[in-house]
Design a binder for this molecule. Structure first.
Ligand code: PGA
Length: 256
């Protein structure tokens, strides 16, 4: 894992944006795995400003709430169109987001997995992290080999996301999420975390044992993960100084 600690979320986001841009420029017909939530918002703004060519890219989103329509203002469909897709030249047919209204959820999930495989697999998977260490909506004790499926949100996650819905009671109980096994098959992962409420989850994910009690810790088994942090989210890492030292001495030929 490469751990990049920056003074602010803005600075960490700039580095993350460079990484995403380099993947898009190197492989214009590549496949991006995308995330929602507060964390990637700045990143999406940066990417829009970079005026990259999205016309041949395919995208797969990590997750979606079950039981709400794509038009619902809090759906991840709405989030993605509002914050990214409407501002770039992505082809609508190449955008994939789980269908929260799928009648046959297991069938839909199997087709989602097949579609990821048929495109050749995800080149770069963008990830946020929950305060409990979830990635996608793989809550604690999710199988580390899990595939796309329905999950029940924890009360903590529903509480964390209540701010978007204007009340916890309005947050759906179920979601469709790529599995941890699905995420681990991406060729590269980029995890972003900002703020002190993520510090514990980050420390456990990076330096703790690999355990389904912190689903992000499964990324320790992935060969190519970059973690972009601000000071606050990095605060509980024991080897902070080492990560800074490594980044400061990164060989010139190792681009982001
Ligand atoms: P956040 O959510 O970016 O809104 O903090 C992250 C997550 O739950 O994965």
């Amino acid at each position: 894992m490469e751990i990049i600690i920056q003074p602010t979320p803005e600075a960490a986001t700039k580095i993350a944006a460079r990484l995403v841009a380099s993947v898009i420029q190197t492989k214009p017909a590549g496949v991006l795995g995308l995330a929602t939530g507060s964390t990637p918002l700045r990143l999406y703004r940066e990417l829009v400003e970079m005026k990259l060519d999205w016309s041949k890219l395919t995208t797969f989103n990590l997750d979606e709430y079950v039981g709400i329509s794509p038009q619902h203002p809090q759906s991840y469909h709405s989030f993605m169109w509002e914050n990214l897709f409407q501002h770039v030249n992505v082809a609508t047919k190449n955008v994939n987001i789980p269908d929260g209204l799928a009648k046959d959820i297991p069938g839909f999930c199997a087709r989602y997995e097949n579609k990821i495989a048929a495109t050749g697999g995800i080149d770069l998977q963008l990830l946020g992290i929950g305060t409990d260490g979830h990635i996608g909506f793989n809550e604690q004790t999710s199988s580390l080999a899990s595939r796309t499926r329905i999950k029940t949100l924890t009360p903590q996650t529903r509480q964390d996301n209540a701010r978007f819905f204007g009340g916890e009671e309005k947050v759906p109980h179920h979601v469709i999420t790529m599995g941890i096994g699905t995420i681990l098959e991406a060729r590269q992962c980029l995890l972003l975390a900002f703020g002190k409420n993520k510090a514990r989850a980050i420390a456990e994910a990076v330096e703790g044992p690999i355990t389904s009690m912190n689903p992000a810790s499964a990324l320790q088994q992935h060969p190519k993960v970059t973690v972009c942090l601000d000071e606050e989210s990095a605060a509980e890492l024991k080897l902070q100084d080492y990560y800074r030292y490594v980044y400061d001495h990164k060989p010139d030929w190792q681009t982001i």
